[in-house]
Design a protein around this ligand. Structure first.
Ligand code: SAM
Length: 304
C-alpha cells in the first residue's frame, strides 16, 4: 500500500460527521465512528488505536456514509443492533431495537431476581432482541417469543439459532397474533414475566425518515391513537401471568395515562406503575398479578 494514500482516521471521521450533520442525522459523531469501526472490524472504543487508514477503508466508509446520509438506518448498514449486551442481526423487514427498550428489559430482569427458573414471554418480539437478552441474562429461564409478521419472524429465527449455536438456551419462537385469545393457551397462568414493545405510534405522527422508510409500518404504527395493539397485549399478558408475576409494556409518550388505565382496569393486576425514559417522557407501564388468596378474591374469573 502506498503510504501517501493513507489518511489520519481522525480526519476521515470528522469529514463523515460533517456530511451526516448536513443530512440531519441525529447523532452524527456516533454514527460516523460506528461506521468507521464497522469498516475496520473493531469496536468503537478501539478507534483511537487506529491512527491511519488506507484508501480502501476510506472508500468503504465513504460509501456507507453516503447511504447513512440518505437516512438508511445505521443498523441496516452494519447489519446489527444490541439489547442487553446481546447482538442481533437486523435489516429490511424487521424493526431495529431501540436503546430506550433497555429500560423495559432492566425492569423485567430486576423482577426476575425474585424467581428461579422463571418463565418469560416476549410478545411482539421482532428480531427477538428482548427475548434473547433475557435468555442471555437468565440462562435458567424458559423464554417464549411471539411474532405475527413472517419476515420479522425469520429474522428472529436467525437470531435465536445463532445464540443457540453459541451455546445459549434456545428461545422458543411462536408465530402468532397477540390478539388471538388462544395464543399460548398452554402457558396460561404460568409466566413470571411478560415483556412487550408493541407497535404504538399514532398513525398520523411525524417520524424520522429512518423509521418512515425502513421500519415495517406494522411494527411502528397502531391506529389513529396508537392503541390498537396494547389492549390486546394487556388482555393476553394478564392471562399468561402467574400470581406475583409482572408485565411491562412500552408505549408512546402520549400514552402515560391510557396504558396505566388499561392495566388498572384488570382487577387481577396491582402495583400499576408508569415509568419515564431517560429524557423524562412517559415510556412504559408495569403491573403485577395479584396474589388472589392474600387479596381475599375468589379464584374464579382470574383472567379478569
Ligand atoms: C415495535 S416492534 C418491537 C420489536 C422488538 N420487541 C423490539 O423491541 O425490538 C413491534 C413488533 O410487533 C409485531 N407485531 C405487530 N402486531 C402484532 C400482533 N398483533 N401480534 C404479534 N406481533 C405483532 C411487529 O411485526 C413488530 O415486529
Amino acid at each position: 500500500m502506498n503510504r501517501a494514500s493513507r489518511q489520519p482516521l481522525r480526519l476521515v471521521v470528522r469529514e463523515a460527521e460533517r456530511i451526516l450533520t448536513g443530512a440531519g442525522v441525529g447523532s452524527p459523531r456516533v454514527d460516523a465512528e460506528e461506521l468507521a469501526a464497522y469498516v475496520l472490524g473493531v469496536r468503537r472504543s478501539r478507534l483511537p488505536m487506529v491512527p491511519l487508514v488506507d484508501s480502501p477503508v476510506i472508500e468503504s466508509l465513504r460509501r456507507l456514509v453516503t447511504e447513512r446520509a440518505r437516512r438508511v438506518p445505521l443498523q441496516h448498514l452494519t447489519g446489527r443492533a444490541t439489547m442487553g449486551g446481546v447482538e442481533v442481526a437486523v435489516g429490511p423487514g424487521v424493526f431495529v431495537p431501540r436503546p430506550e427498550t433497555e429500560l423495559l428489559l432492566e425492569w423485567g430482569l430486576a423482577l426476575l431476581r425474585g424467581f428461579t427458573a422463571p418463565l418469560v414471554v416476549d410478545l411482539c418480539t421482532g428480531s427477538g432482541a428482548l427475548a434473547l437478552a433475557v435468555a442471555h441474562a437468565r440462562p435458567d429461564a424458559e423464554v417464549h417469543a411471539v411474532e405475527v409478521d413472517p419476515v420479522a419472524l425469520s429474522w428472529a429465527r436467525r437470531n435465536v439459532d445463532a445464540r443457540a449455536d453459541a451455546g445459549e438456551t434456545a428461545v422458543r419462537l411462536h408465530s402468532g397474533n397477540v390478539g388471538d385469545p388462544t395464543l399460548l393457551a398452554q402457558l396460561d397462568g404460568t409466566a413470571h414475566l411478560v415483556l412487550c414493545n408493541p407497535p404504538y405510534v399514532p398513525a398520523n405522527a411525524e417520524v424520522a425518515p429512518e423509521v418512515a422508510r425502513h421500519d415495517p409500518p406494522a411494527a411502528v404504527f397502531a391506529g389513529p391513537d396508537g392503541l390498537t395493539v396494547i389492549p390486546e397485549v394487556v388482555r393476553t399478558g394478564t392471562r399468561l401471568l402467574r400470581e406475583g408475576g409482572g408485565i411491562a409494556i412500552e408505549h408512546d409518550d402520549s400514552h402515560g395515562e391510557a396504558v396505566p388505565a388499561l392495566l388498572t382496569a384488570r382487577r387481577v393486576l396491582t402495583a400499576v406503575t408508569e415509568h419515564a425514559d431517560l429524557a423524562g417522557r412517559p415510556r412504559f407501564a408495569t403491573a403485577l398479578r395479584r396474589m388472589l388468596e392474600s387479596a381475599g378474591l375468589p379464584r374464579s374469573g382470574i383472567d379478569r
